[in-house]
Design a protein around this ligand. Structure first.
Ligand code: PLP
Length: 395
């Protein structure tokens, strides 16, 4: 375990991975440095974003939400309209291209809600790569439609039954696989987490979200938004959205993390609110842990936010005060899920519903003269069964 690497965001980040991964991480870093500045790679990446994913995604003015909330004008960055229904594909395509440049014939990934597994299985099929997806057994059940789609696309799902059988365990298993198969395999990490260079690569590949949103907003209004808002699991849609706005001092930035059932350990995934500095999956970041440093199981109604750590750049942006992170409970997210569906005609992912909940409060406080942009990270088709079950429980 070495500390003498780049990839720090303030005190967070770095590379704290097992020795066996050092060579693979260094190869990835070197390849990425080259590709990042390569016109050919950038052209290829843009080609697939446009012609396969359907970018640029629209920036939609949400007329009815604006009217109903009675405050700031509400704009939506529509990552739900991407092929496969979420922002995950932006990263999966980029990393599959990197894998191809490295001559790797096999890709693996972890998945929570199944959106990253779906995106990876999709690009695996499109590029003709053998694809294996690690998914917690609990998530295979609660995100069954995505699990079935992944298999239909020709990828193999390996359900993980250890521990809580959710995203953290799936990530650990994927890392283990990578360590054993580094010569043939690239691990497409699905969020802005993991050892350096993953948080940087994922952020760069997702920053198309904020770059597009910023220029679309400017074109439509001749100004910049007063606030941008995104939900934060590992933090990839959020960092992708935020990055273009970090230097715009007048743009307030907000992240919504999962407050789950309440403040007790084990009831939430509110890493920034309740976490402490520690090490998880090869990076130094904020983690939900007990007094002896043991990781406490995370909980969220949304499988994609159900992770006890957060990307190191978010830990840094929270410490520096640039981004204001707030918690949203399961119940509040569920309310927003239904509200946005009924008022705007868009069924959002349960993850995204967390962002909508804080957006409502922010819009009201800012007032009618201001404007906000919400990253609509994904569509909610995958959550319909789970939401119906939860509503049934409440009756
Ligand atoms: C995976 C997922 C998230 C959470 O992941 P981040 O890396 O924090 O973006 C949020 N929204 C949707 C729709 C997702 O699929």
């Amino acid at each position: 375990m070495g500390k003498n690497h780049n990839g720090y965001f303030g005190e967070f980040g770095g590379r704290y991975a097992p020795e066996i991964l050092t060579e693979a991480l260094e190869e990835l870093e070197a390849t990425y440095q080259k590709l990042k500045n390569s016109k050919k790679f950038q052209k290829e990446y843009s080609y697939y974003l446009k012609n396969y994913v359907g970018r640029p995604s629209p920036l939609t003015y949400a007329e009815r939400l604006t009217k109903n909330w009675g405050g700031a004008k509400v704009w939506l960055k529509r990552e739900d309209l991407n092929h496969t229904g979420a922002h995950k594909i932006n990263n999966a395509i980029g990393q599959a291209l990197i894998a191809r440049y490295m001559g790797k014939k096999r890709i693996i990934a972890e998945t929570g809600a199944g959106q990253h597994g779906l995106a990876t299985a999709t690009v695996g099929a499109m590029f003709g790569l053998e694809t294996v997806i690690y998914m917690g057994a609990v998530d295979v059940k609660r995100q069954n439609l995505n699990a079935k789609k992944i298999e239909m696309l020709g990828a193999k799902i390996l359900p993980v039954t250890a521990g809580e059988a959710t995203l953290k365990e799936a990530t650990s298993e994927a890392m283990r696989d990578w360590a054993l198969n580094v010569s043939t395999t690239h691990y497409i990490v699905g969020s802005a987490i993991g050892p350096h260079p993953f948080p940087t690569i994922v952020r760069d590949l997702q920053s198309v979200i904020g770059a597009e949103a910023r220029s679309q907003f400017k074109k439509a209004t001749k100004s910049l938004p007063d606030a941008v808002i995104a939900c934060v699991g590992g933090g990839s849609n959020a960092i992708g959205m935020f990055h273009a706005f970090l230097k715009d001092k007048n743009v307030k930035i907000f992240g919504a993390e999962a407050g789950g059932l309440g403040p007790k350990p084990g009831e939430h995934s509110a890493t920034i609110t309740y976490g402490q500095t520690g090490f998880l999956h090869g990076t130094k970041t904020l983690i939900i842990q007990d007094k002896s440093g043991q990781i406490v199981p995370a909980h969220s109604v949304s499988a994609g936010l159900d992770y006890p750590g957060v990307g190191p750049e978010h830990a840094y942006l929270s410490k520096s005060g640039r981004v204001d992170y707030r918690m949203v409970t399961d119940e509040e997210a569920l309310d927003s899920f239904l509200e946005v569906s009924r008022i705007e005609g868009i069924i959002p992912a349960l993850e995204t519903a967390h962002a909508f909940f804080i957006a409502k409060d922010i819009a009201k406080k800012l007032g009618k003269k201001k404007q906000i942009v919400i990253c609509l990270s994904g569509r909610g088709d995958k959550d319909v069964t789970e939401v119906l079950r939860l509503l049934g429980e409440k009756k």
